[in-house]
Design a protein around this ligand. Structure first.
Ligand code: 13P
Ligand code: SF4
Length: 365
């Protein structure tokens, strides 16, 4: 007789120690049938159970290469969607807590992007002159929109390259949902500042005049990351005054001024690489999520490297933080019993188009 899945209520009050014990026991029962993918921002008590870790680009490749039947994604919703799109049809993608979303991804919706496309068509023919580029931090239907309209996906590690690819095809780019990553990538590709126009989806015609729409090379969707917007140029200034020999590295979701004043700018994978490859004794100021910074500080401490977090206040990715040992234990124990909980599925017609845009990206990068 088929039994129901175990309810999360039975795990909610589990102590961390018990949750870890049950995660280990369930993993032993599951063997290679399940793989745990973890983004670098994941909290330490979950990260320790990862089979594979990485930034968004690396994890999307991992998802397309794993043979495991169940892909347990310790990240946020769009990442588990990418795993579902990139894996084989019989593989199942799981997000241990459905509340783990990305607030930036929520700043663009298909309805708003379609409205933008319609409004642009009052001034020009977007399908002729505009390549839509979506940051991977977006819902699957927006990736499908890009697939359908000759567009592409990018991540924080390949955005300038993707912009170059896009501008080689059509003269303009609509970049969503992160204006900061878009602006930094445009700057890296020598697009003049006055040809990058912010598109405000809450205003008619994005708040732009027909003349501005004609002049723009890059439309920057008015979205941002609530974590990275906390970093300020003043934090870098203070650090440089106190430590003139120190180095600064930031994630490109930070503001343009923060990126411009940093010595290095790159994805989470890149940040880890530059700090790990630096000379012993180097002091770093790092502008990205706190879990990553704390882990990195620990890992390089023995080489005399000092890693400091950029903001004076605590800023974590509070949504990713929702995946805790209790949710992971619940997910894995159900899988060990043959029950799938929190499956993430992208409708097939969307998945085909979204995959097209993702594959274009993997080919270019
Ligand atoms: P990465 O591309 O470095 O994984 O960044 C993803 C992200 O969400 C950063 O906020
Ligand atoms: Fe989204 Fe920002 Fe969290 Fe990254 S850090 S997943 S962009 S909310």
């Amino acid at each position: 007789m088929q039994t129901a899945a175990i309810h999360f209520d039975r795990f909610n009050t589990l102590s961390d120690a018990d949750a870890h014990e049950r995660i280990r026991a369930a993993r032993e029962r599951l063997g290679k049938k399940a793989v745990i993918l973890c983004h670098h921002y994941q909290r330490a008590d979950v990260y320790q159970h990862a089979d594979l870790t990485g930034d968004s680009l690396k994890l999307s490749r991992n998802a397309s290469q794993t043979d495991a039947e169940w892909i347990v994604f310790c990240g946020v919703h769009f990442m588990a969607e990418v795993a579902d799109i990139m894996s084989r049809p019989e593989q199942i993608s799981i997000l241990p807590d459905m509340a783990a979303g990305c607030s930036m991804a929520d700043m663009a919706s298909l309805a708003k992007v379609e409205r933008c496309w319609r409004e642009l068509s009052e001034v020009l023919d977007p399908d002729e002159v505009v390549t839509p580029v979506t940051y991977i931090n977006s819902s699957a239907d927006l990736k499908a929109f890009c697939g359908e309209h000759g567009g592409i996906v990018c991540t924080s590690s390949n955005a300038p390259k993707i912009l170059e690819w896009s501008l080689a095809r059509r003269e303009k780019v609509l970049f969503f949902p992160d204006q900061h990553l878009g602006r930094w990538s445009g700057y890296k590709r020598d697009i003049p500042m006055d040809e990058m126009m912010v598109w405000d989806p809450d205003l008619e015609m994005g708040g732009l005049s027909p003349a501005e729409i004609k002049k723009a090379k890059l439309f920057l969707w008015k979205g941002h990351c609530s974590v990275h917007q906390m970093f300020q140029p003043g934090h870098i200034l203070r650090f440089r005054n106190e430590h003139p020999d120190g180095l600064v590295v930031s994630h490109p979701e930070s503001s343009f001024e923060v990126c411009r004043q940093s010595d290095y700018v790159g994805s989470t994978e890149h940040i880890i690489k530059v700090v790990k490859e630096s000379a012993p004794g180097t002091r770093w100021l790092v502008g990205t999520e706190l879990n990553l910074v704390q882990r990195l500080a620990e890992e390089v401490k023995a080489e005399g490297k000092i890693v400091q977090f950029m903001a004076p206040t605590v800023c974590m990715c509070s949504t990713m933080q929702r995946i805790d040992p209790q949710h992971l234990a619940w997910t894995l124990e159900n899988l060990a019993e043959g029950k799938v909980v929190n499956r993430i599925t992208v409708p097939p017609h969307e998945a085909v188009l979204a995959k097209l845009a993702l594959e274009r990206m993997l080919e270019v990068s």
